[in-house]
Design a protein around this ligand. Structure first.
Ligand SMILES: NC(=O)c1ccc[n+]([C@@H]2O[C@H](COP(=O)([O-])OP(=O)(O)OC[C@H]3O[C@@H](n4cnc5c(N)ncnc54)[C@H](OP(=O)(O)O)[C@@H]3O)[C@@H](O)[C@H]2O)c1
Length: 258
């Protein structure tokens, strides 16, 4: 078992490791193998969802690797079509994950394109019951977040959105920060052109890969990043981004890709 000091960001209800493992499109044993390998390599944050169909595999990996429950941060998500069946869906997630709570539960997409304050109330109730530590949203606009705040008085702890250098939007990050919301960036690698000179040059300067530069860029922007891999070498490389620091000039060049 390898120990890696992954920094955390404070969020309402706890602290979230700034880098975690994505699991979308990992099924049929691949998720279980990837999560087991990742935990052994030092990952302590796993992102799954009801929709990914792999909560059972994630749960088996968590049980067999034998890491203290409190040392792992687990996120799952409610599919929008389960609106009205929030509590039952959460119960199914917890059974599949073999956990008595998750660290973060997200509304996967705005249901029907709406903010869905009623669902947000169900999330708050689940949190108050201790079934989830923190609650948040995914793929929400700031306008939809403001509607949740207006109706319920409570902001999400997290908004999980597509984020990569090509998506960089300082005003969007600031809007989340002003509301005390942690931004989680998904598809960080898929949405990046790893041949972009700003990435290639920084990679050469630090003797790392362009993918590692992308993930490090998220970390330096305090954006939680959840790269997915099922390959042991890429899993190890993606976590190995805490031994170098991008300069202000490198960060600015990468920011300009947005
Ligand atoms: N909330 C949402 O709506 C939403 C939407 C999309 C994703 N997500 C979450 O975010 C996670 C990450 O996003 P994603 O899976 O879409 O994309 P990603 O993590 O940006 O990219 C994953 C792809 O990149 C490859 N890869 C991994 N490490 C690499 C490296 N070091 N160099 C080159 N290629 C590498 C992977 O292949 P190998 O597996 O072969 O390494 C896979 O094909 C998801 O798994 C999911 O947990 C959430």
């Amino acid at each position: 078992m390898i120990h890696v000091d992954v920094p955390t960001l404070a969020l309402r209800g706890g602290a979230i490791p700034v880098l975690g493992l994505g699991t979308w499109q990992a099924q049929h044993g691949a998720a279980e193998r990837a999560v087991s390998a990742a935990l052994q390599l030092g990952y302590r944050h796993v992102d799954t969802a009801t929709m990914y169909g792999n909560e059972g595999e994630v749960g088996r990996a968590l049980s067999t690797v034998g890491i203290d429950r409190d040392d792992v941060f687990v996120t799952t998500k409610l599919p929008p079509e389960r609106v009205g069946r929030e509590q039952r869906t959460l119960t199914e997630s917890l059974i599949a994950l073999n956990l008595d709570h998750v660290d973060l539960w997200l509304i996967h997409w705005p249901p029907g394109g709406q903010a869905a304050p009623r669902t947000w109330d169900e999330f708050r109730a689940a949190r108050d019951e201790g079934l989830v530590r923190s609650i948040g949203v995914s793929n929400y606009s700031i306008r939809q977040i403001d509607e949740l705040i207006e109706v319920t008085g409570e902001a999400p702890a997290v908004n999980q959105i597509p984020y990569s250098p090509s998506d960089h939007d300082p005003a969007l990050l600031a809007a989340h920060r002003e509301r005390g919301i942690v931004v989680e960036g998904y598809s960080p690698l898929k949405r990046s052109d790893l041949r972009a000179p700003a990435l290639v040059d920084a990679a050469a300067a630090h003797d790392v890969t362009a993918a590692q530069v992308v993930l490090r860029w998220h970390v330096q922007h305090d954006v939680v990043v959840i790269p997915k891999s099922t390959d042991r070498e890429r899993l190890a490389a993606n976590l190995d981004v805490f031994g170098f620091e991008l300069t202000d000039e490198e960060m600015a060049r990468i920011d300009a890709l947005g």
